[in-house]
Design a binder for this molecule. Structure first.
Ligand SMILES: Cc1ncc(COP(=O)(O)O)c(C=O)c1O
Length: 409
């Protein structure tokens, strides 16, 4: 943002925004999303289906973010805008404060979205025909991104061992070959909800170093760690070598529930890699949205108290999901360490009750869940518990009632 004299002001006017640190946040409030266009509720327009699918939450954004948006909108002029110093400062201070990661403002590359960000990263992974490794089940665009740029998906499976999703290190080695060029990592992981620990990250780092791989680490869910004592660690922060070979993708969108404001960023410490990345963007990738950037500044700088209250609320919702699913015959799940997403195994239900499409089964009962198939896992469902408790309880009640009514084979 430049003033009339061409100076770049240090801070947006949100500096004068009221202090929201003591504000109570009402996550129980039901906001009618049916009245507006939107993917999540729009899918079931005119039907009594509670949508617990696409990964956005039914909560209003933090008051500090809404205030910053009001102030920016009230200015009335929405010209082309590059990132400004106070935005970069809010982000770099946030990354240091929340993840102990020291990032230089120069390392930031602003993007309209994280999916854009990892598709771009695939373009830097060697040549067409080279391999991009990823661990499934995973957020569906991971599985299609390599082919979008002529790369080959090299997929290994995460395994459920001792009630916890884990890396299968042998499978990772087997998936790789001489043409592997990049590891596309989801950390924390959607949909299995794992926060990878220091040992796992070190092992991945060794693997990438040994094979001289680029790493693209999608850390969009890093602000949503639910388990105390399991801090999110950016893989790029492990050591200088990892920093050099990693493109980390982050955004305020999941944590502060502003995905349609289209603002994300890549952190690319290595200058040459950053140059190649920016070059790949040229003429193809638009600027991040100015309202998204104004919201990001407020979120990273002032959104801490709201985030803490949100995590508390989500922990309560998670407990309800775990308890309810444990009582549902044929369904099994694990406790997500991060995200507001529960990943549910329905194969027992399918086998015992002759239900061949669990997503359709629950949708007919009035609950819209994400089908596991696009994640690479038929027979699984993903449940989004980022909603007011009354909505969640009603959805869980409907699921239980549907199961109670389902016929034994
Ligand atoms: C792991 C992951 N990456 C990226 C996205 C979407 O990011 P964006 O909307 O910024 O493209 C999602 C949304 O659910 C996600 O879960």
């Amino acid at each position: 943002m430049r003033d009339n004299a061409g100076h770049v002001p240090d801070r947006l006017p949100t500096m004068n925004a009221p202090d929201h640190s003591a504000a109570p946040f009402d996550f129980d409030r039901i906001i009618d999303r049916r009245r507006l266009p939107g993917e999540k509720w729009g899918r079931y327009a005119g039907r009594d289906v509670l949508p617990l699918w696409v990964a956005d939450m039914d909560f209003a954004a933090p008051p500090a973010v809404i205030e910053a948006l009001h102030q920016r909108i009230d200015h009335g002029v929405f010209g082309y805008t590059d990132a400004w110093p106070a935005l970069e400062e809010a982000v770099t201070e946030g990354l240091l404060r929340d993840h102990g990661w020291t990032v230089e403002p120069d390392w930031l590359v602003w993007l309209p979205g994280v999916v854009t960000g990892f598709n771009l990263a695939c373009m830097l992974a060697g040549e067409p025909g080279d391999g991009v490794l990823t661990a499934a089940p995973v957020y569906p665009p991971f599985l299609s991104a390599p082919a979008n740029t002529g790369r080959v998906l090299q997929r290994c499976e995460l395994v459920l061992r001792d009630g916890r999703w884990q890396w299968d290190w042998d499978a990772l080695e087997r998936a790789a070959d001489a043409r592997s060029r990049m590891l596309l990592l989801c950390s924390p992981h959607n949909p299995v909800g794992r926060v990878f620990d220091a040992d796992e990250l070190r092992r991945l780092a060794d693997f990438a170093a040994r094979r001289d791989l680029l790493i693209c680490s999608d850390e969009i869910h890093c602000g949503l760690v639910l388990d105390d004592g399991r801090p999110h660690r950016p893989i790029a922060a492990l050591n200088v070598d990892m920093a050099r070979r990693t493109i980390t993708l982050m955004a305020p969108s999941k944590t502060w529930n502003i995905p349609a404001l289209y603002c994300a960023f890549a952190v690319i410490p290595d200058a040459a890699l950053r140059r190649r990345y920016r070059h790949a963007m040229r003429g193809v990738v638009p600027h991040a949205n100015v309202l998204g950037m104004a919201a990001a500044e407020a979120a990273y700088r002032d959104g801490g108290p709201w985030r803490a209250a949100l995590l508390d609320y989500l922990r309560g919702n998670r407990a309800r999901v775990l308890e309810a699913v444990a009582a549902m015959p044929g369904l099994e799940t694990t406790s997500p360490e991060a995200t507001y997403l529960a990943w549910i195994d329905c194969r027992g239900l399918m086998a015992a009750r002759g239900i061949d499409d669990p997503a359709a089964f629950f949708e007919a009962a009035g609950v819209g869940l994400s089908d596991g198939r696009p994640f690479g896992a038929p027979g699984w469902l993903r449940l989004n518990f980022g909603c007011p408790r009354a909505t969640l309880d009603e959805a869980l009640r409907r699921m239980a009632a549907a199961l109670a009514g389902a016929q034994e084979k």
